[in-house]
Design a protein around this ligand. Structure first.
Ligand code: ADP
Length: 401
């Protein structure tokens, strides 16, 4: 069987079909190449976007960090400083910060430390990477910072990242704690010296002493014991207040009784003062914690005596008002200026003149009294003029709380 030769038309048709197939194949190939290129371009864009975002995140987290962060060269040139770092120093731009000499950034003692670290770093000697510095802000205020330093790569080069944490408040508290311990030790030692001295004298020389001398020594010891126990009581109250553990044992209390008892206790300490009680015969009972009321009165009457070293009248008065009793203690002593009055109810606050006059005190009595008065729902305030005496007032609500 011989095959039939295709005609010219058939050959032409076959050629056209083949060309059509080839064209379709070529177009597909081109499309595939184009779409591959598009995918690659899209990937590059995605990577670029991810990189931009990551840079933005990094920059944002540096800028917004609550820690002061800066990048410095080995020569201490500042390359970057974040917002918190500028805030710590009180400058608004890195340029402004850079313009200030290192010497002016530090307190003199801290500058010496800075120089020492710099000198040691040059030859590669060991320098701790965590240390504390004290700086002088643009406004002249001194601030204390804890610093951590680490090597990092910045723009492809070896630099140093320095972190600054503000520890000014902690330092102030530490200082206050040290002062407090010093003050308390001193305030405890003074009465203890008198007590031991008096008791030892009576013990060793009792036979030689007249009954009057012995009585005087023991009375001194008893007075100092009272003042010591009062001081410790105030400290204890303060620690209860700080720990939110101040619980009152309220009951119906006769204010007249408590005032008389407290005045009798203090009267023994001073012959130079006349105590005057200006109290109405009939007073409604007050719902109060009796021991705490005694403490408030003791603090205020004791102050009236202490701060009127020339003697004079100490007047305790009570005025009933609609829903409260106003209790006042006035003296004719050294008085307090208006500017000092505002701060005296804070911890360890004493008028400079009281210290100069050698009047002993810890600066806690008024703070404790204020806390105790407020715990009863009352208020405490004062009126005073230098060298014209002072009057301290406090109120106690009459209704049961
Ligand atoms: P302290 O008497 O132990 O120092 P206070 O807290 O009782 O502590 O008083 C704080 C300061 O207020 C005193 O150191 C003193 O300077 C001043 N002060 C208090 N009461 C009087 C007063 N009656 N007259 C003058 N100054 C007073």
């Amino acid at each position: 069987m011989g095959s039939k030769k295709p005609t010219y038309e058939e050959l032409e048709r076959q050629l056209a079909d083949t060309e059509a197939i080839l064209t379709t194949l070529r177009r597909g190939e081109a499309d595939a190449i184009i779409s591959e290129r598009n995918v690659a371009l899209l990937r590059v864009k995605e990577v670029e976007e991810a990189l931009r975002k990551s840079e933005e995140n990094f920059h944002d987290s540096l800028e917004r960090s609550p820690l002061g962060i800066c990048i410095v060269t080995a020569e201490e040139e500042i390359l970057y400083a974040n917002r918190a770092m500028l805030d710590v120093y009180g400058y608004s731009s890195v340029e402004e910060l850079r313009a200030v000499l290192a010497k002016d950034h530090y307190t003199p003692e801290s500058y010496a430390g800075y120089q020492e670290r710099k000198d040691k770093r040059k030859p590669g000697d060991f320098v701790p990477s965590n240390y504390e510095i004290s700086i002088v802000r643009k406004d002249g205020e001194v601030q204390h910072l804890a610093v951590s330093r680490a090597e990092v790569t910045w723009n492809g080069e070896r630099q140093f990242q320095v972190l600054y944490q503000d520890i000014t408040e902690r330092k102030k508290l530490d200082q206050l704690k040290d002062e407090f311990i010093g003050l308390v030790s001193h305030e405890l030692r003074t009465p203890l010296t008198v007590i031991t001295g008096a008791v030892n004298t009576v013990l060793t020389e009792g036979a030689r002493l007249s009954p009057k001398e012995t009585h005087q020594l023991l009375q001194d010891a008893a007075l100092e014991t009272d003042s010591l126990s009062h001081l410790l009581g105030n400290l204890l109250e303060l620690s209860r207040v700080q720990a939110n553990r101040l619980l009152l044992n309220t009951e119906a209390v006769s204010v007249i009784r408590v005032i008389q008892d407290t005045v009798d206790k203090i009267r023994r300490q001073s012959l130079a003062h006349q105590f005057i009680l200006d109290i109405p015969k009939k007073l409604p009972a007050v719902y109060a914690d009796q021991l705490r009321l005694e403490r408030i009165l003791y603090n205020l009457i004791d102050n009236a005596v202490k701060y009127s070293p020339q003697g004079g009248e100490v007047r305790v008065f009570v005025k009933p008002e609609e829903e409260r009793l106003v209790i006042g203690i006035s003296d004719q002593g050294i008085g307090i200026s208006l500017s000092d009055q505002a701060k005296l109810f804070g911890p360890f606050q004493r008028v400079e003149q009281s210290k100069l006059d050698g009047i002993r005190g810890l600066g806690l009595g008024l703070l404790v009294s204020r806390r105790l008065v407020e715990a009863h729902g009352g208020r405490i305030w004062l009126e005073s003029e230098p060298e014209r005496g002072s009057t301290f007032f406090f109120t106690l609500p009459l209704s049961r709380r």
